[in-house]
Structure formats: C-alpha cells, structure tokens
Design a binder for this molecule. Sequence first.
Ligand code: FAD
Length: 459
Amino acid sequence: MSGAAFLTAVRDALPDLRLLTDPAETEGYRFDETPYLDPGRPLGVAFPTSTADVQAIVRLAAQHRVPLVPRGAGSGLSGGANAVEGGLTVVMTGMDRILEVDPENLCAVVQPGVINAALGRAAAEHGLFYAPDPASFEWCTIGGNLAENSGGLRCVKYGVTRDAVLGLEVVLADGAVIRTGGKNVKDVLGYDLSHVFIGSEGTLGIITEAILRLLPMPPPKLTLLAFFATVRQAGQAVADITRQGVIPVTLELMDGFTIRAVDSVLRLGLDSEAGAMLMVESDAGGDAAAAELDLVAAACHRASATSVTRAADAQEADWLREARRKAHWSLEQAGVARMDDVGVPRSHVPEMLAAIERVSAAHSMRIGVFGHAGDGNLHPTYVMDRDDPTAGARIDAARSDIYAAALALGGTVSGEHGTGVAKLGYLEAQRGPDAVRAMRAIKDALDPLGILNPGKVLA
Ligand SMILES: Cc1cc2nc3c(=O)[nH]c(=O)nc-3n(C[C@H](O)[C@H](O)[C@H](O)COP(=O)(O)OP(=O)(O)OC[C@H]3O[C@@H](n4cnc5c(N)ncnc54)[C@H](O)[C@@H]3O)c2cc1C
C-alpha cells in the first residue's frame, strides 16, 4: 500500500488533525539532538490532540504498514525521535494538559506533551513536588521522559522517572488502549506493564496519559561547591560520600575543561584553574541539611579539595545549578560537542574518570566530562573542530574505548539517554544474546508488524 493512500486515509478519518507533508515543514521534526545519526525522510508529521486521534492513526498505520515515530520535544540524545524513512512522525506536544493534581492521593494525571517544568510548577501550587528533573526540564516532555526513563539532577535521592510512575495509558500497535495502573500506591495484579513501556523509546506503544507520584515539597536546599586539582580527586570524594551513606539530593561533577567552557560564557567567577568541581545539595532542611553538608565537606577535604564553600544565598545556588545545566551548551561554543552517557557503580567513579582521561590522551581528543556523579552517571563530551572531516570516525573510536572501560567496571553504555540508534551496536555486548532475545520476544508480541519506531533499540 502506498504512503499517499495512508495520508489520504488519515485526512479522511481525522479532518481536523494538523498534518504536515511539505518537506520544508517536516524538516524541523526529522532530528532530535543527534542530527549526525542520519535520520530518514518522513511521509508526514501529525499532531494528535486526543487518545482517540492517536488510536485512529495507529489503526490506519497498521492497516497500511506505515511506520510511526512517536515524538515529544525532540531533546533526546540517542536518536529515538529521529524520523524513519517513509514513516509518520507523531508529535505529542498538542496533548499537553495537566488533567489533575490530586493532593489527597499525592499524584498528578497528565497528558504526555506536558513539559516537565510545567508539571513541577503546577505541583508547587499545591505545595507538592515532582522529582524527576532532566537538565532539559524546561523543554522536554513527560512522554519523552517516560519513554527514555530519564534521570536528572535529583536522582541520587529521588530516583529516575520510573520511580515516579503509578500508571500509564498506552495505545498499543493494534490501536487498543490499555491502562497499566492507577492511583493505587500498591497494585500488583498481573504483570507490571508500566515498567514494560517505561524506557521502551516508543517501540512498544504510544503513551497517551500518565499518573505520576508527587511528594510533599522538600525544604529549601543548601548548596556546597568544592574544587579539586584533579578530576580523580573529585571522583574519590564522590565515592567517599556514597560510602558514608550520605544521600544528598544532588551530586554533580564538572571537569576543568567544562568549568572553563561554562565560565567563559556565563562569567560566574568559577575557579578556572581547577581540575574539577562538585556541586552538592541537601534538601534535608535546617540543621539536618547543614549536618549532611558537613559530612560532604569532610569527604571533599579528605580528597584534597582546594576549596570548599557554601552558596551564599538561593540566587547563587540557582546560578550554580544553571551553570551545570548549561554544561553541554557551553562546550558547544568550543566546537562540535557530542554528549555521551555512561554509568558505573558509584564506587568506580574515580576509575571511570581516569579511564576517560586515558582515552582523551590516547586519541588526542578534547573530552569534557560532567554529569550526575552521585549516580555514577557521567557525560564524556567529545569536542571536535568544526571543520574536522574525520570527527565522526575519531569519536566512534574513542567512544568504543570509553564503553569498554565502563563495561569492564561493571557499568553501562547508557545511564539515561537510552539506546535509540546511537547505542544499537552495543546492546548485545552489554546485555548478552539471551537478554536481547527476550527483548525481541516482547517487541514481536506487542508490535508484530514492526510499525512502532522501527530500527530503534533493536536493530
Ligand atoms: C541539554 C540537554 C540536557 C539533557 N539532560 C538530560 C538529563 O539530565 N537526564 C536525562 O535523562 N536526559 C537528558 N537529556 C535528554 C532528553 O532531554 C531526555 O531523553 C528527554 O526525556 C527527552 O524528552 P523529549 O520530550 O524531548 O523526547 P523526544 O526526544 O522527542 O523522544 C525521546 C524518545 O521518546 C519517545 N517518545 C516521546 N514521546 C512518546 C510517547 N508519548 N509515547 C511513546 N514514546 C514517546 C520517542 O519516540 C523517542 O524514542 C538532555 C538533553 C539535552 C539536549
């Protein structure tokens, strides 16, 4: 069946649907934040506004065997939302209503196009708190967060997106609509389907609603900043903090290269001579927060920190958080910056940082490192000259050495950005053939025609 017949059928079934087909208009929806992954050219881009719209699109796609690519804000870093050749990209940002904030049950019911930060603000109006906060929180969507099982700057204490999910509404590949949970805190009937769809990157179903756990708003944060002569010393402090059982809300790292890149654009007066910096925050409140940061400060001193200070006030703490969130963008000002994503057990953060330094030297390549060190999740970022024609091949060689080092330490080649297209080649190396066979069985059972985001997660 032809793509043209499919588009006609969609227009007939949903005359009010916004549907772009002009390549000049669809171009902006071909890429997420990984344009180097060479996405396909889509048939069109659709903007459903209801579950019924999504259901109708999926049914017609199944009938016409047209691939569908669910898409949120397109901030992904593994190519999950990149267009598929001859497919329809289904942009969920029109389904952006917060349907309910329920203080009695400490939860919210939202559509998938809600921006993460908007949910945070809506919860705050009720004195509540939505914990998962990717650094892209001002523009990424809850649907994208769920599909990637995203992390963020508060995971050390509050966990990742999956830890905030009570239930989902999902449109399956045959157009059926299912609910995987509800407002019950405890609910163990049958298989736990929420966790099948969380992190499935749009390959198993399209999420059309979510019931998310909220928490009472924690007290204001206290923020500590520590500088070190070397990145390994900062890593030792991270391992020491974890070993002591201290669980701050945030424990973020930036290496010297990243500190200088951030400071050259934001001009915050960070120590540009330093080899690394840790930003540590406690939301334990009052004396408890001060005591927590005292333990953190002691660990930093034991690791030979050159300075340990507290943010003077809330505004200074906001600037520091903003500095960390702008790390990738700041490195982009220094060249073509490609952010990677590896994770190791927290005790191995020092060895992983040392391995990244070795890879940087061996490949004569600038690699900035920042990330959620308290989760063992680091973002080595390859910074290449804009006119280097060999950049892609050189990055591939370096990243494969970095992944080998992470795996040798019992780590992962993706802590939070997902498999998408970027990590396809590494899935079996980390999980093993039998685990990949089990994943394929799930994919085949839920999407036998292979229409949902084909070529992502599983080759
Ligand atoms: C500067 C920057 C900082 C970042 N910081 C972090 C961070 O701290 N932590 C982190 O984890 N990530 C981070 N990311 C990556 C990215 O923001 C997250 O993966 C985010 O969750 C993607 O959301 P999105 O709405 O942009 O999704 P998209 O990029 O549009 O899509 C991501 C995936 O979700 C699928 N999808 C989207 N909506 C649905 C739906 N409704 N149903 C089913 N599948 C769907 C898509 O098919 C795709 O596979 C960062 C990215 C950037 C650019």
